[in-house]
Each structure stands twice: as C-alpha cells, then as structure tokens.
Write a protein that binds this ligand. Structure first.
Ligand code: CP3
Length: 358
C-alpha cells in the first residue's frame, strides 16, 4: 500500500489543487462494452460470481486501465453488495437487472435487518480493494464506492429496478418513520463499508445517488441528501498520509448542486442535463465538479465526439477543480475505439481545441 502514486491528477483535481491537465475516468469504465469483460463474465458464470471473487473483481477493475490511459481505476463491484450482505436474496438475471427475493416492505421487514460487518460479510470487497491496490502498483488512484442510502433503499423496497418507484414512495407517504429507520440503517452500513474500503486502500470514494432525482426538492433533502451528509461527515479523511477525497453524484440533481456542495463533500458529480458552467457558478469554488459528457456522445462520429468533449472542457473553463467524466455510466453498446478518442481528446487537446505542444 505504500507504493508511490505515479499519477495523482485525480486526487489533486478533486481537492481543487492545480494540475497540468484535467484527469479523466468514466463511470462504468469496466463493463460490457469491453470484449475482455464479456469473456471474463462468460468464464465466471455471472455478475455476482464476478463481484464476490476478489481475483476476478481485480482483473476486471484493471481491464480499462490496461487498455486506455485513464487517470483512475474504480473498483469493480456494485452498490447492491450491502443489501446482498443483508441476505435479501439478490439475483442478477442476464439482461434483466437486479432482483431481490425478499423485498423490504414493512416495519417488521426493517426490524430484521442489521448493519453488515465489512470485515466479514463484505470481506470479498475489502480483499478486492487490497488486491487492486497491489496490482495497480501506484499507476493511478483507486476509487471505492457505495450507493446512497436512498438509492440502495429503492432497490430493497421495490425488489429490483423500477420506473415509478411506487412501493418506496408509498412507504415515504404512509410510513415515513419506517423509511427513515431503513435509511438510517443504510447510512450506518455505508459509513463502515466505505471506511473499510479506505482502510484497505481506496484513495477516493464516491456515493452514487442514481435515483435522488425522482424526488421533490423537499423530499430530496429529507430522504436522500440528509443521509449522504451523514455518511460524508463520518468518512475517514486521511489515509497513508494523504487526504481521501469524496464525490457525491445525484443523477437528476442539477437544480440542487449548491445544496449538495454544502454537505461538506469534496466534489459533486454532474449529469449531462446540467450546464457545467452554471453548476460551477452555483458552487462558488467550494467543491470540485466531475462530469458531464452525454454518454450518448460516444455514438457520434469521431469529429463530433471530439467537438462535444472540447465543449464540456470549455464549459467548465480554466482553473482548478474539474474531473472529466460522462454524465452517467457508459452503455454496453459503445465502441471501445470511441473511448480511446475521448480519452485522447481530454488529455492531449487544449481548451481551444488545438493539440497541446510538447
Ligand atoms: O463504474 C464502474 O466501472 C464500477 C462498477 C460499477 C458497477 N455498478 C458494475 C456493474 C458501479 C460503480 C456500479 C454502481 C451501480 N450498480 C449503480 C449506480 C451507478 C449508476 O450507474 O448510477 C446501480 C444503480 C447499480 C445496480 C445495478 N447493477 C443495476 C441496476 C444493474 C443492471 C443494469 C445494467 O447496467 O446491467 C447492475 C449490473 C452491473 N453493475 C453491471 C456492471 C458492469 C452489468 C452486469 C453484467 O450484466 O455484466
């Protein structure tokens, strides 16, 4: 763990320190658009088998790093590891997304749940973090992650993915105290889980609040942001002699960036529906921003992809505090060649669109 970090651009940018260029990594950078990922999955048998096997999780984490000169690795895992450890019967059917055999619908269901011990129930994740750190050997920093309490709760209560969030919204209106109890438990579980990832070697951590954007502004503050604030507040801030920056990403949270920035996080993830310049203006230099190329721009002709990428760089503008990313995860049907073009554009072209000298 003590190996020297050769590329620390991500950590510097997240802490709003000057960097010679902007770092880039991509949400879901290890995944189905890579033929080597699909080959590993075929060999492993399924998604959960890959997540729960540290050797395989490590191999997949490194695949995009070996292929592209990305500035960070993100642990290959999932936000549903915590409810999986709560024994709700998680399954991933091919092409169907996650399903829980025993969804959480009542006060009695919530009473049965406890905070998983990361060193025991989630040991496979912690082992994977340590292994990836060893194998990365200081090439780039490793990002650990968890879902936000609200987003993880949506899967637990709905029993899987949802379009309407009818079950959890019913609980929110009918039994808000029960839902708060569930969210409080998830916040506690997320704190010990992320801090265990940090202790094992994660050099930055990110909270994925994929479904915060389905709430009203008041509900967002009460049921999502408040619990992310609790998590951020309890995170380990330093490890191995360095600050461990954190990133909070609410998809659909563009109207609330100022409120998100105020919870004490280091960086806010911005989706593609929000103008980066406005978001930067709103946060008044309090946090770094991460984002926000439209993931679908990866389907554009190469020259359009370059132009869109430069537009995102220019919309943030000069100065510290920008980590380039997509506005959401990369989709399975993307051509890896397009990712190579994107990474090259961010790393080798200046704001004006001219190749950098030297
Ligand atoms: O970013 C990365 O490369 C790290 C790995 C990562 C995965 N899931 C791997 C994965 C991360 C950070 C996640 C987070 C995650 N998981 C989120 C929040 C992130 C976001 O996009 O907002 C959510 C909502 C989940 C839950 C989840 N996992 C769903 C809904 C699905 C099925 C939908 C889908 O895209 O297939 C998954 C499966 C999943 N998680 C895959 C991967 C690579 C695909 C599994 C496969 O079929 O091979």
């Amino acid at each position: 763990m003590s190996s020297i970090l050769k590329n620390d651009l991500l950590l510097r940018a997240l802490l709003r320190e000057p960097t010679p260029r902007r770092p880039i990594w991509l949400m879901r950078q290890a995944g189905r658009y890579l033929p080597e990922y699909r080959a590993t999955r075929a060999r492993a048998g399924g998604f959960l088998q890959m997540c729960t096997n540290p050797d395989i999780a490590c191999e997949i984490t490194l695949q995009p790093i070996d292929r592209f000169p990305l500035d960070a690795a993100i642990l290959f895992s999932d936000i549903l590891t915590i409810p999986h450890a709560m024994d709700l019967g998680l399954e991933f059917e091919a092409g169907e997304g996650p399903k829980f055999e025993r969804p959480v619908r009542s006060a009695a269901d919530i009473d049965k749940l406890g905070v998983p011990d990361p060193g025991h129930d989630l040991k496979y994740v912690i082992d994977a973090v340590a292994l990836v750190r060893r194998e990365l050997n200081g090439r780039v920093p490793l990002i650990g992650f968890a879902g936000s309490p609200w987003t993880v709760a949506t899967y637990m209560v709905e029993g899987g993915g949802s379009k309407t969030f009818g079950q959890i919204k019913r609980m929110m209106y009918e039994a808000p105290r029960d839902l708060h109890r569930l969210l409080e438990l998830l916040a506690k579980a997320t704190i010990v889980y992320l801090n265990a990832q940090i202790a094992a070697g994660a050099q930055a951590v990110m909270l994925f609040d994929t479904w915060g954007g389905v709430l009203t502004p008041l509900q967002y503050e009460e049921f999502s942001l408040r619990y992310m604030a609790e998590v951020v507040d309890a995170l380990t801030r330093e490890a191995g002699g360095r600050r461990v920056p954190n990133i909070v990403f609410t998809k659909g949270g563009g109207a609330w960036v100022k409120k998100i920035a105020a919870i004490g996080c280091d960086a806010v993830g911005i989706d593609w529906t929000t103008d980066l310049a406005s978001a930067r203006h709103a946060v008044e230099g309090r946090v770094a921003l991460q984002g926000n190329l439209d993931p679908a721009a990866l389907f554009a002709p190469p020259e359009t992809l370059r132009a869109e990428t430069l537009r995102v760089l220019a919309s943030y503008g000069e100065g510290v505090g920008h980590v380039f990313n997509l506005g959401h995860g990369i989709t399975p049907d993307v051509d890896p060649e397009q990712v190579a073009i994107l990474v090259d554009t961010v790393q080798n072209y200046g704001l004006g669109g001219q190749p950098k000298e030297g």
